[in-house]
Design a protein around this ligand. Structure first.
Ligand code: SF4
Length: 337
């Protein structure tokens, strides 16, 4: 995405956001946009009535509210807990986005203005733990994109780092807008993970995200600022040319990552899962786009959920694992799922 200005067309907001500094800031920032009061960011009836074909239109609405649920979910991948943070939903439109499973077509960006409450809970939780925990704060939105709206990511991370000496924060991103991270004081306690896919997948499927080139440059900048390199190859999509495309991706990484970025790399690899709801939204909102559902390669898991057939996935997993280990001898592969 070249232009960093998110072009919202209207704002839906809970009136009580005006009791918070961030709420006041955002109302002022978007003063020229039409505004509609709502009772709850979770239940905007007029938006639920939109049709699937209006998906892109819905993504241009910004919802402002107060986060009321603060449930932490244990996690066993890269973090110990998935933590509800300062936003959910997203302005971008990746066709496989996991947020569709939770929010259906209403997966627009919601920003929660009660960030101090959210952070204070997290700090307390971290302080009360016997061990050093890693918190995944980006499982509900892309925080670098959210930051274009709130401009508060750096401040939020610094707040956590200053108020507790325990705990680490991690989040994935598909964006290159890493500037707020470059001046964070303690980079060992912050683990940004850059999500990558071949450029043809980014263009055809990950609408509105940063290009492959931009993401590589961002990884190099993070490494020279002192961050350890985390790369998320996700989601792997088995197109007709996937072997060639992912080979090019890994070879380009090898060639273009800086020496610093290559010192200590951790990879995560996640294969795409898909659903009937994704199919319907994509068919109606993006009728000419690549079809991600392939009945020859996929099978059902649960009602309306699809994943790659195990024999096909096992072969592809081996292929990607060999690719990574042959090109990055000393890297760590945290998991391939
Ligand atoms: S950038 Fe992430 S959160 Fe946003 S649409 Fe894409 S997958 Fe979903």
């Amino acid at each position: 995405m070249k232009n960093r200005e998110l072009k919202f067309t209207r704002i839906y907001y809970e009136p009580s956001i005006k009791n918070y500094e961030l709420g006041k800031f955002l109302i002022k920032k978007y003063e020229k946009l039409p505004k509609i009061e709502i009772n709850s960011h979770n239940n905007i009836e007029e938006l639920r009535k939109y049709e699937n074909k209006d998906f892109a239109k819905l993504k241009r609405y910004l919802i402002l509210g107060i986060r009321k649920t603060h449930k932490y979910t244990p996690n066993y991948k890269i973090s110990d807990y998935l933590v509800p943070f300062t936003s959910s939903g997203c302005y971008a439109m990746c066709m496989y986005c996991y947020l569709i499973c939770n929010y259906n077509k209403c997966s627009y960006l919601r920003v929660f203005v009660n960030k101090e409450e959210i952070l204070d809970r997290l700090i307390k939780f971290s302080n009360n733990s016997d061990k050093e925990l890693v918190f995944e704060i980006g499982s509900n939105s892309d925080l670098l994109l959210e930051n274009l709206v709130t401009n508060s990511l750096k401040e939020n991370i610094e707040y956590f780092l200053e108020k507790t000496s325990k705990g680490k924060l991690t989040f994935p991103t598909k964006f290159s807008y890493i500037e707020p991270l470059l001046e964070i004081s303690d980079k060992k306690r912050v683990l940004p993970r850059m999500s990558l896919n071949p450029q043809n997948i980014i263009e055809k499927v990950e609408f509105g995200t940063s290009s492959f080139d931009e993401r590589i440059n961002a990884i190099n900048k993070l490494a020279s600022a002192g961050y350890k390199t985390y790369i998320l190859i996700a989601p792997v999509i088995l197109t007709d040319t996937y072997k060639e495309d992912y080979t090019n991706l890994i070879e380009e990484l090898k060639e273009r990552l800086s020496k610093e970025a290559k010192v200590d790399i951790t990879f995560e690899v996640i294969f795409m899962t898909y659903s009937y709801v994704h199919r319907k939204i994509n068919e109606e909102a993006f009728p000419k786009a690549l079809k991600l559902y392939n009945p020859n390669l996929m099978t059902s898991r649960g009602i309306g959920k699809y994943h790659y057939k195990s024999n096909i996935k096992e072969e592809a997993k081996k292929f990607i694992e060999d690719l990574i280990t042959n090109n990055f001898k000393n890297c760590k592969i945290k998991y391939i799922v």
